[in-house]
Design a protein around this ligand. Structure first.
Ligand code: B12
Length: 381
């Protein structure tokens, strides 16, 4: 493939670093055939259940860059680290965990602005008008497939792309362009015999190397799932209230990862280890104000408060009983149901009293069932 001029690749990568990206590599706009077949199989095996937008039609487009931009010749694959440092020292009140990627500003907004700046710089390098289409997890593009083939990193067994410099703590973004650029080679690295991520996943969501069952992944359960978290999975979710980093935290490659100075991704409020009971008090306006321009708004207030109940139930500290008793009167049946579950786990006189009085008033059949189960559990403990 002919580059537009001798130093085009170098200039493109320089531009990406100047726009604030940490890694920039290039691949062709050819289809990601292995990844398309794997993703179709994943859907058919039921491992993508629950993500209704993740359709076979989408998979076909996501793995064929030429179907996303007419005349596409290259994909410029970019990565930006969000590894901005460790949480504040926790105090004694019950605190949960939020996945690192969501501690700061919403990456879609931050990266989209940089992608636009990057795309605006391409015509000067090509010496002509260029067609581009940019993606940051906001459209049909298989980000990891592009990153792997461009050599941004390699597929870990947890399916995350591991970069040699920044580990897997990176957001991925792609720029499809009609400029013909010399592609980079994929990396030769693999995870070898290491299976730490597979063993560490509490829900067993990594069902085989490179295969995540979405329906068991804590990230899915706490972010994407609307409705109740399956009862048998609730104890396994631990204290995660938005996303999960277990399969990344245990990864040896991440221990040596270079940090990020990116101000936009620094922890807001106490997001790395949020105090849990105050989150149960948030009304719609309070939720919007606290999580404005944060990825956490995706869970919506009901989803987050559901997760907070589960985490409090798993932490088991009776100090949370008054807040959970209050949540038994939430306007959301989902929150009431999970508050009941949590009170059953914590047990004790106050929890039982709150459950009994809620039973007298509750009208939703599923919540009534959950309160009954919770009372049985509380009485047994
Ligand atoms: C759907 C989705 C999810 C779903 C499903 C996860 C999943 N594994 O697919 C849920 C909600 C669970 C999720 C969770 C997370 N996500 Co997400 N998610 C996506 C999204 C939108 C699509 C991913 C996709 O297509 N999955 C489909 C399956 C089939 O693909 P796959 O799991 O990657 O599997 C590939 C391999 O199996 C490979 N393959 C097949 N055979 C073989 C054989 C060998 C030998 C090898 C090496 C590979 C290989 O082919 C498959 C297809 O490419 C992308 C953004 C995008 N547009 O691409 C972000 C994205 C993948 N997510 C991202 C992040 C950060 C996360 C979380 C870390 C967030 C968190 N902390 O909670 C977790 C990680 C969970 C995990 N271990 O995967 C980043 C990943 C960055 C990185 N370094 O890889 C992305 C790229 C967003 C972005 N633009 O930055 N996510």
């Amino acid at each position: 493939m002919q580059a537009t001029h001798a130093n085009a690749e170098r200039a493109v990568k320089r531009l990406a670093l100047d726009c604030g990206f940490d890694i920039a590599r290039i691949t062709t706009a050819d289809a990601f055939s292995r990844d398309e077949a794997a993703a179709l199989k994943r859907i058919r095996d039921g491992h993508m259940d629950g993500l209704s937008w993740y359709t076979e039609e989408r998979v076909r487009r996501a793995n064929r860059p030429q179907s996303l931009l007419e005349g596409a010749k290259s994909v410029i694959s970019l990565a930006l680290s969000y590894n901005t440092g460790e949480p504040n020292a926790p105090d004694s009140q019950p605190r949960g965990k939020i996945a690192r990627y969501a501690w700061g500003d919403d990456y879609h907004d931050v990266i989209k602005a940089r992608l636009r700046e990057f795309a605006d710089g391409l015509p000067a390098i090509a010496g002509r008008a260029v067609s581009t289409r940019v993606f940051v997890d906001d459209g049909p593009m298989n980000d990891r497939a592009a990153a792997a083939r461009a050599g941004v990193g390699w597929f870990g067994k947890n399916t995350n792309i591991l970069t040699p410099s920044h580990g897997s703590w990176v957001f991925l973004a792609q720029v499809i362009t009609d400029i013909a650029l010399e592609p980079d080679a994929p990396l030769k690295k693999t995870c070898g015999d290491c299976v730490l991520c597979i063993d560490a996943c509490p829900t067993g969501a990594i069902v085989a190397p490179y295969v995540v069952d979405n329906t068991r992944c804590i990230s899915y359960l706490t972010i994407e799932l609307r409705g109740a978290i399956p009862r048998e999975l609730r104890p396994l979710v631990g204290d995660w209230v938005f996303g999960c980093d277990i399969c990344q935290d245990v990864c040896p490659v991440n221990r040596k990862a270079t940090g990020s100075l990116e101000a936009a991704f620094k922890q807001r409020h106490d997001f790395a280890a949020p105090a849990l009971t105050p989150l149960l008090d948030l009304d719609a306006a309070g939720f919007s104000a606290r999580f404005r321009r944060s990825p956490i708004k995706r869970a919506k207030r009901v989803g987050l408060q559901r997760n907070v109940c589960v985490a409090l139930g798993n932490i088991g500290d009776p100090v949370a009983v008054p807040a959970l008793a209050n949540a038994l009167h939430s306007d959301s049946d989902i929150v009431r149901l999970h508050a009941a579950w949590a009170l059953g786990r914590i047990g004790g006189n106050d929890a039982e009293t709150a459950l009994r009085s809620a039973l007298d008033e509750e009208t939703d059949a599923e919540v009534i069932d959950e309160i009954r189960l919770a009372l049985e559990e509380a009485e047994a403990s």
